[in-house]
Design a protein around this ligand. Structure first.
Ligand code: COA
Length: 630
């Protein structure tokens, strides 16, 4: 498959030698709906006295390398529900050889050496996305308030007053927050780099705004260092809007949607020209980008959120807003003329949770912001960035358009706004909401395919310095027994409930292990990568069918919780898989499901119905058994 989809492009092409993991997560947000602010689980209230985050950073423990024997045992246990007995027996032999033959021990020692020498032995890159509002004036007002909100957030970064987050009572690494402003991914000849301009000698004072494919530099600070007021930003946005009304411009930004190798070459063609180079650099350096999007084609109410999710992910194709982006830019806030809003983010510098914290914070600011009429100080016209379109660049743009359209058509997106219950229901039944949703995904998959698959769930490793994520393997022997029981008419509900409780409990234990640095996937990946460097041949354990099955995540999932009622989305990890991002709110659950249209076996809408049915059947199970107990 040449072009499996937008999201895979980004995850499979981060060319970093030190990158031990290439995680999928992209996310988008549905609606910036002010007024729905509830305390976050991860975030300490802002009113608490902030701690010096740099001092805090130094005190964080280093991510441990788990014991080799433990990872091997857990790996075999993870394989049990997803491979045949024959394959498992063979893998058991390989694992034994790996453990006792010296190879595993040698690689383990190598990782431990790396762990001693570096701050974090797993080095990571990822990618991502997020998504509501109205006509031009309202749009510019909305965008101005949004920009002012992000500048408020920036103040916390600049003054080091960001509240430290906690997970299970432990303080988290805050480094990712310092990587998301004034940063951009830059294509390189061998590998991409993420360049962060916050540390430069002269502070960056501008953002970039793109409208009708035309980019502008908007200075958002006065010369005395104070930020522009909402009113002033609004006036500047109006100027930008009015000077970019032509709709026949080359969609230069679409170049950034290309496969990284292709974009790397096109990038060199583009920046050969001095003007182009300066324009690109202005985008890369900018604090963030705001995309003022053209209206998208209307859809039925039922498909509305799925359409918005897709717009946030890829812009809808060359005809629509895909050229109204610079996909390498870490943060791009999208405000559509038709009332949509959200953001798309480049995943390399950060995971979803810091981005969601930013969204929650900005939404909070926007709901408080009152437009104060400020004295009319003359502000310079925002500078339009010029691009010289040589025949070579024109050719690259045409190719990028074609490729983007293929990817857009291939991505199947379905947003399920599940409104029957939220995270409170499992909690009332003494079940972890995350485990409950994961078991619903297991049940849905089993009902559709009659087998279990390898399932990835992101777990935060931020208890550790520069920690990113590891995988919670949600498919377990326990989950397999539960889904089988649900499909077996001979089983009683009391037995099904007991199996559900056991499976959720195992999921909780696996989550605990993962967030405490004791999961298996980063460890196995680290051992494999080191074997490439240090050994003449790859240990058989990594060439085994079981290993390939275990790495083939048909379900790539992630919980990204927020205070704001929003939807996040990302693409599948494998051509025949699903990407599932869910946000369990108290009384409802927002779920975005993606798949590839080029795969006949997958269908996002069908899977969405199966998930809905699974959630409802599991509620019925809880209620039925609760009635029996009474
Ligand atoms: N009975 C009642 N309540 C329970 C319970 C039970 N048996 N088990 C858990 N709960 C409560 C929890 O205490 C928690 O309450 P709180 O919100 O008041 O703290 C709430 O239910 C949610 O817990 P749970 O659903 O178990 O999940 P979690 O919040 O621990 O999150 C992960 C689990 C894996 C999502 C989280 O650890 C994590 O790693 N998040 C980051 C993931 C990430 O990085 N994603 C983005 C990748 S781009």
């Amino acid at each position: 498959m040449s072009t499996p989809g937008f999201v895979r492009r980004d995850r499979s092409t981060i060319r970093s030698n030190s990158c031990l993991r290439d995680d999928p997560c992209t996310l988008h947000i549905r609606a910036l709906r002010p007024g729905m602010v509830k305390p976050s689980r991860l975030v300490r209230p802002v009113t608490q006295i902030p701690e010096r985050s740099l001092v805090h950073q130094e005190g964080l423990p280093k991510l441990p390398v788990p014991p080799l024997k433990q990872t091997c045992e857990r790996y075999l246990a993870a394989l049990e529900p997803i491979v045949s007995e024959e394959e498992l027996e063979y893998t058991r032999k390989l694992v034994k050889e790996f453990l006792t033959g010296g190879v595993g021990e040698r690689l383990q020692k190598g990782l431990e050496r790396r762990a001693r020498k570096t701050d974090n032995w797993v080095d990571i890159r990822e990618l991502s996305t997020c998504s509501s509002l109205t006509q031009r004036r309202l749009l510019c007002r909305f965008a101005a308030k949004l920009i002012a909100g992000v500048l408020e957030f920036k103040k916390m970064i600049d003054t080091d007053t960001l509240p430290i987050e906690y997970l299970s009572g432990k303080p988290l690494c805050m480094d990712q927050y310092y990587q998301i402003l004034s940063s951009c991914r830059v294509p390189g000849p061998k590998r991409d780099t993420v360049v962060n301009h916050t540390m430069g000698t002269t502070p960056v004072t501008h953002i970039t705004v793109v409208h009708n494919f035309q980019f502008f530099v908007l200075d958002v600070y006065h010369s005395d260092g104070t930020p522009l007021t909402v009113d002033q930003i609004y006036m500047q946005l109006e100027k930008i809007w009015n000077s970019s009304l032509q709709t026949n411009k080359e969609p230069i930004g679409i170049l950034t949607s290309q496969h990284r190798n292709t974009w790397g070459k096109a990038y060199n063609n583009l920046i050969k020209d001095k003007t182009n180079k300066e324009s690109v650099r202005a985008i890369q350096k900018s604090i963030f980008t705001v995309c003022l999007d053209a209206p998208m084609p209307r859809t039925s109410d039922e498909l509305y959120w799925s359409r918005v999710a897709a717009q946030m992910l890829h812009g809808g194709g060359a005809r629509w807003n895909s050229g109204n982006r610079w996909f390498d830019k870490t943060l791009q806030f999208i405000v559509g003329e038709d009332g949509t809003s959200g953001l798309v983010y480049e995943h390399a510098p950060a995971e979803g949770p810091p981005i969601v914290f930013l969204i929650d914070f900005v939404v909070g600011c926007m709901s408080r912001t009152e437009i104060v009429r400020t004295p009319m100080v003359p502000l310079p016209m925002p500078m339009k960035l010029r691009f010289n379109i040589t025949p070579e660049v024109k050719r690259d743009i045409e190719r990028a358009k074609q490729n983007m359209n293929i990817m857009v058509h291939d991505l199947d997106v379905k947003v399920l706004m599940f409104s029957d219950f939220g995270r409170k229901l499992p909690q009332q039944h003494n079940l972890s909401p995350d485990g409950f949703v994961q078991m619903a995904l297991q049940l849905a998959y089993f009902r559709m395919y009659n087998i279990c698959c390898s399932t990835y769930e992101s777990a935060s490793l931020r208890m550790f310095k520069y920690g990113r994520t590891d995988s919670i393997r949600a498919t377990t022997t326990g989950s397999f027994k539960f889904v089988q029981a649900m499909q077996d008419p001979a089983k009683q509900n009391t037995e099904r409930l007991a199996l559900l409780q056991a499976a959720v409990q195992t999921h909780k234990e696996n989550t605990y292990n993962a967030i405490h640095g004791q999961a298996i996937d980063r460890h196995l990946l680290g051992l494999k990568m080191l074997s490439i460097v240090e050994l003449t041949s790859m240990p058989e354990i990594f060439m085994d069918t079981s290993f390939a099955v275990a790495q083939h995540y048909n379900l790539s999932t992630s919980q990204v919780g927020s205070k704001t009622d929003c939807v996040m989305s990302f693409g599948p990890m494998v051509p025949d898989g699903y990407g599932v991002c869910y946000n369990p709110m108290d009384e409802h659950i927002n779920i975005a499901i993606t798949a590839f249209n080029s795969c006949e076996e997958t269908n996002a809408a069908k899977f969405s119905r199966a998930v809905e049915d699974a959630l409802l059947d599991m509620r019925a199970l809880l209620e039925d058994t609760a009635m029996v107990k009474q």
